[in-house]
Design a protein around this ligand. Sequence first.
Ligand SMILES: [Zn+2]
Length: 160
Amino acid sequence: MSPSVAPATDNRSETADDLLLPVPDDDGAPFWDFAARGELRVQTCSDCAEPRFPPRPCCPHCQSFDSHWQRMSGRGRIWSYVVAHPPLLPAYAAQAPYNAIIVELAEAPRIRLVGNLVASAGARLDSVDPARLRIGAPVKVAFHTTPGGVTVPRWLLERP
Ligand SMILES: [Zn+2]
């Protein structure tokens, strides 16, 4: 690639390990900024106090445009999961089979975040034996800064 060519600006980025990264939009940027500080925060209505995800300008419960970012404990439970097998993008195939889990947050069970259950924050996606996955298993958040410089929440079993 010519050095004069600007990098692509589509909504998916690739890192040194070729895993796809989020590219925050205006509404979601605070979520990623807090993650970079090691904080899991959820956008919450400042009028009716309902948390909401994904982030968006207007409260779906009371239509207020006032919101703040409420800090979560980072604890939750596995609400659902899948185990991915090839065919996958090459970087993912190299770590398959791996899990993708949906976590319901302890303080806001209606807020469900998608992520990976791993043995430690920076571990490979296949670092937890799929046989250990259980609906309802308690998990806690851990933050991993990718080679691309984006900090993403990941999940660890409370009882490894
Ligand atoms: Zn509201």
